[in-house]
Design a protein around this ligand. Sequence first.
Ligand SMILES: Cc1cc2nc3c(=O)[nH]c(=O)nc-3n(C[C@H](O)[C@H](O)[C@H](O)COP(=O)(O)OP(=O)(O)OC[C@H]3O[C@@H](n4cnc5c(N)ncnc54)[C@H](O)[C@@H]3O)c2cc1C
Length: 509
Amino acid sequence: MTRGAPVAIVGAGPTGSTAALGLAARGIRSVVLDRWPEVYPQPRAVHLDDEVYRVLARLGLGDDLARLTRPTRGLRLVDADLRCLAQLDRDGVSPATGHPRANLFDQPVLDAVLRERLRATPEVTLLAGHEVTAVEQVAADRVEVRHRTGPHAEEEVVEAGYVLGCDGANSLVRTSAGARLLDLGFEQRWLVIDVETSAELDQWDGVHQVCDSRRAATYMRVGTTRHRWELQLLDHEDAADLATLDAVAPLLRAWLRDVDPAELTLVRATGYTFRAAVADRWRSGRLFVLGDAAHLTPPFIGQGMGAGIRDADNLAWKLAGVVDGSLPYEVLESYEPERSAHARSMIGLARAVGITMTSGGPTGDVTRRALLPLLPRLPYLRGLAVDSATPPLVATPWVHRRRGDRLAGRLCPQVVHGRPTLDAEVGPRWALVSAVAPSPSCVAALTERRVAVVETGSRPELDTWLRDGRARAALVRPDRTVLTSGDDVAALVATATALIAPQPGEVPA
Ligand SMILES: Cc1cc2nc3c(=O)[nH]c(=O)nc-3n(C[C@H](O)[C@H](O)[C@H](O)COP(=O)(O)OP(=O)(O)OC[C@H]3O[C@@H](n4cnc5c(N)ncnc54)[C@H](O)[C@@H]3O)c2cc1C
């Protein structure tokens, strides 16, 4: 059987699901293929920040996230005896996004919600239980995706204009695109332990990082009864020998205190090799790689899944614009530079945290005990640790980071009168956020291109944001990144009209 769709997406993990929903929000159909009939059941990601929360909320998952995530208080750096060396509070709601800065959750629960949403979205055809066996660009404008439901099943084909490889660390699409992973120089073996218990462990309600050269570790309470430990494996240890509650209980003793291990139920204890790597190219013609297919990050700052969701958010509006004719084909060239620089900087941070926790042997432990308590007292470093905003995107033809433009590449905030409402108001469109009313001809040109006009007069937070950025207006992309800002509103409108083609018909809801 042969199916056709503008876009085929290989992999229905968080990245592929976000990409499909982002395309659907703009009226673009896709076929999503995943080799497993149901979601991967093992817990992996447990943390997402407010920016990633915002992406998913924009796709209509806000109520689901409020139900299935748990805001956390921040980060505590502790020594081998679990004594607090430094505490970096990251509680509360971000004034920019209006969402909690740090959120804990169980990935299979989120994956299941995303899958349910795919099934309920008319623009998405989900082929679950279909393994992709080959991806080939067979013509200038056509890619063939071969797939089957089992080793003896007949091969089927999806013919698509574009293929998004969201197929995880061992990506077939990456190989088909002639890309490979570049090692960024980090490899450690860790044991990941998930436990259910109704016993009260009575720990501080945030993420604990054990900074110990002998055995670094992370602990956090993920849900009311769910707890996660990640422990560095020692050279002589084999994860296979640590797969039972009896085997792992001694490793958890300091955390359990008076709680009897018999009160715990082991969800799983699995070995992972944490790596840092990035694909040497993220695109070949009409093939793209996103998520774990494009980058691997040690989970110390909980940003791996988030990076994939950011990739999908970055590419979905560009690809939708090319497919519906509102954007030039060249916009697709900006995906890799924008996303790879951002992903690399987050991987660098995760790597630095991993090395800080573990390096230097006993001397390193002494240094950590001396220096880490100073961290909360250094305003710059504390600011970095507490602020959940991630770095701005690099300059591309779709991010004009000229001198004096303080907002380009950064996210436009969405809080209005204390509530996160801008995204709902603007929907999947571009926006001109302006402190001055654009002329009627500017408004007409923007409306023809489905660009929302948001005047900040009755929106004090946005007005302050523009003033702090020394601008009277900002042109905001559908992923809420500022393309450019400045005082000359007509010039911003001219930028918009040069990049975006007029669009007939209704804006998709
Ligand atoms: C222990 C651990 C802790 C982590 N903690 C965090 C955290 O706190 N925060 C965070 O943001 N990230 C975290 N991560 C990372 C996060 O789990 C991954 O980055 C995320 O799952 C990647 O999503 P993805 O959709 O790109 O890939 P995946 O989730 O791997 O999904 C890929 C999908 O592609 C499908 N697929 C693969 N090949 C084919 C094929 N040939 N045909 C059809 N389908 C195919 C697979 O079945 C799968 O469903 C953690 C990871 C681990 C291991």
